[in-house]
Design a protein around this ligand. Structure first.
Ligand code: ADP
Length: 288
């Protein structure tokens, strides 16, 4: 029997403004019949063009929004149950796009401690947890620094540290690398991958950077409020025509292989990574 999913989205439909329905103007749903299950320890990337509903879906995963129809269970807890809302937010921590909007402390250590204070964690235990997560994220040397002095990548790692201190099951990243330079993006991605692989944190990452999807366990492609594709990257990201229809880029190796095929070069349909393309071309050259 497969374990119970940590995220279980069942037939989720959402309309903004549906609290005040107007008879004259039926509101078009932004999410339309979404079904999505995520298992503990999975790394899931959600891709989609602007406006496809990614952020709206993410906000349902930590009860910032609740379904118009259908239901969302997080670690078995129904997000419509207001009495569970804080526990849901502790279990499913969310990092947003703008690093500056997430800083609450006047020092790095204080910022990490903020959520723990709200949870009523005793001071000794709090100091230990702050130490541990800052060390885990290679930020112990920055503990006394003012958060505003940090780089963008460091600020996003600080946001992750604050969530991690609360011992969540799920880390949700909503375009968390979009405002960073390449160095900052790499720092954040490395930290998140490590937390997933080594500590078993379930990751749900929303992004429009195709390359961030290449190493996920699973990729979900959204289009106009629906799930268009859902599967391992090697199945999803080679579907060039569907990706283009969904308004997304196509991974470089997939696009190049497709163009070479059109020029009569017999390459497999399942090439995803650059090194696979290089290998396939070498084989063709050595067995002409
Ligand atoms: P994405 O994250 O994929 O860019 P969003 O979930 O932000 O998509 O938006 C999906 C759709 O919902 C868009 O058409 C957007 O204009 C609309 N939308 C987003 N937020 C609101 C809101 N607060 N009120 C009304 N419509 C919204």
């Amino acid at each position: 029997m497969s374990p119970r999913p940590v995220v279980d989205v069942q037939q989720l439909t959402y309309r903004y403004g549906s609290d005040e329905p107007s008879k004259d103007e039926p509101v078009h749903p932004v999410l339309n019949g979404i079904d999505l299950q995520v298992s503990a320890g999975e790394y899931v990337v959600i891709l989609g063009h602007n406006g496809s509903g990614k952020s709206t879906l993410a906000k349902h995963l930590n009860a910032l929004l609740t379904p118009t129809e259908g239901r969302v269970l997080v670690c078995g807890m129904d997000t419509r149950d207001e009495s569970l809302r804080w526990e849901i937010r502790r279990q499913a921590g969310m990092v947003f796009q703008n690093p500056d909007n997430q800083i609450v402390g006047t020092s790095v250590a204080e910022d990490v401690a903020f959520g723990l204070e709200n949870m009523g964690v005793p001071p000794d235990e709090m100091a230990r947890r702050v130490d541990r997560v800052l060390t885990r994220l290679d930020m112990a040397h920055l503990a006394d620094r003012e958060p505003h002095q940090l780089s963008g990548g460091q600020k996003q790692r600080l946001a992750i540290a604050g969530i991690l201190a609360m011992r969540p099951t799920i880390l949700i990243l909503d375009e968390a690398t979009a405002m960073l330079d390449p160095q900052g993006r790499r720092e954040v991605m490395d930290a998140v991958r490590q937390l997933n692989r080594e500590d078993g944190v379930t990751v749900i990452q929303i992004t429009h950077f195709m390359e961030e999807a290449l190493w996920a366990d699973r990729v979900v492609v959204m289009q106009e409020g629906r799930i268009r594709l859902n599967g391992p990257p090697e199945d999803v990201l080679i579907q060039r025509d569907v990706l283009l229809e969904a308004g997304l880029d196509v991974p470089f190796a997939v696009e190049l292989a497709s163009r070479l095929r059109r020029h009569g070069i017999p390459l497999d349909e399942n090439i995803l990574h650059g090194d696979q393309l290089v290998d396939a071309l070498w084989k063709l050259l050595s067995n002409p």
